[in-house]
Design a protein around this ligand. Structure first.
Ligand SMILES: NC(=O)c1ccc[n+]([C@@H]2O[C@H](COP(=O)([O-])OP(=O)(O)OC[C@H]3O[C@@H](n4cnc5c(N)ncnc54)[C@H](OP(=O)(O)O)[C@@H]3O)[C@@H](O)[C@H]2O)c1
Length: 244
């Protein structure tokens, strides 16, 4: 893998996703939030409703190492259900990397589900070592889960959820892994600070396939500023800052 902007040198997913110290940029009232997404060259976020066909080996390494950089990893219910989310950190080595970054060995998992429509057998909810916060509009409680699940009854109020994560859980940085619907609400609420976007060299087609931002309309297009680009095995790994 080679960094091609702003400098030119050899790099790796591990180098791109280390020492980011995202939490140091947090505002007092909410965590700093970075999105991580992958898309085809025609901007599609899925092939056959999954990301698997778009995510290369290098992208998967970057994906897992980015999880070593934030206090919390957040996902929308649609993605948690479709991608069958499990424990966020997959190995002791990655937990060790988090410790080296001054973070807890496991991030807080945050799932956003207005309707609390999550299957109890979702692997993430069956991990006793995983602390999970569910932001929801429902008053119900999920039955038969063995993860440490807490509820934030915030309705669809994402700024309130972010404020609660900061104040009640001490979260300074959130890595959000989508999906496209959640992204649109986060962007509309001005809660996104940066974007990691991997571009996979495929044209996926399919009129119904979502792009990386779908769901609610944005009043104004979000303006982003390029931070870095790396290339590896034909994929481009880009990082962008979201303007105010
Ligand atoms: N290419 C990529 O990088 C990437 C990344 C992630 C996902 N994906 C793909 O995207 C697809 C899923 O995307 P999606 O857009 O359908 O789902 P999503 O954004 O993951 O989740 C949508 C759900 O999140 C909840 N939600 C969203 N905004 C909310 C708010 N403001 N307040 C409360 N709840 C809120 C709702 O849950 P309830 O319905 O439970 O109320 C909503 O139905 C999957 O096919 C997945 O593979 C691709």
């Amino acid at each position: 893998m080679r960094l091609i902007h702003p400098d030119q040198r050899e790099t790796s997913p591990e180098q791109l996703a280390s020492g980011l110290r995202l939490g140091e940029s947090a505002l007092p009232e909410r965590p700093y939030l970075a999105l991580n997404m992958v898309s085809s060259l025609d901007g599609k976020a899925t092939i056959d409703w999954r990301t698997r066909g778009l995510s290369s080996e290098l992208d998967r390494r970057l994906f897992h190492h980015l999880r070593t950089q934030a206090d919390a990893v957040m996902v929308g219910a649609g993605t948690a259900r479709n991608e069958r989310y499990g424990r966020m950190i997959k190995s002791e080595e990655l937990r060790g990397r988090r410790r080296e970054e001054g973070l807890e060995p496991d991030p807080l998992a945050v799932v956003v589900s207005a309707r609390l429509d999550l299957p109890a057998d979702l692997p993430l909810l069956q991990e006793p070592g995983q602390r999970v916060v569910i932001g929801t509009g429902s008053d119900a409680v999920l039955q038969g889960v063995t993860a440490q699940v807490e509820y934030e009854r915030v309705g669809e109020d994402l700024p309130l959820l972010m404020a609660r994560l900061r104040e009640a859980y001490g979260v300074r940085s959130v890595l959000c892994e989508g999906g496209p619907t959640l992204n649109s609400y986060l962007l509309a609420a001005g809660l996104v600070d940066e974007l990691f976007l991997s571009l996979n060299p495929k044209l996926a087609g399919g009129a119904a396939a979502l792009t990386i931002v779908a769901g609610r309309e944005l009043v104004e297009p979000a303006e982003l500023e390029l931070v870095s680009v790396a290339e590896g095995d034909g994929d481009l790994f880009t990082r962008w800052l979201v303007g105010d």
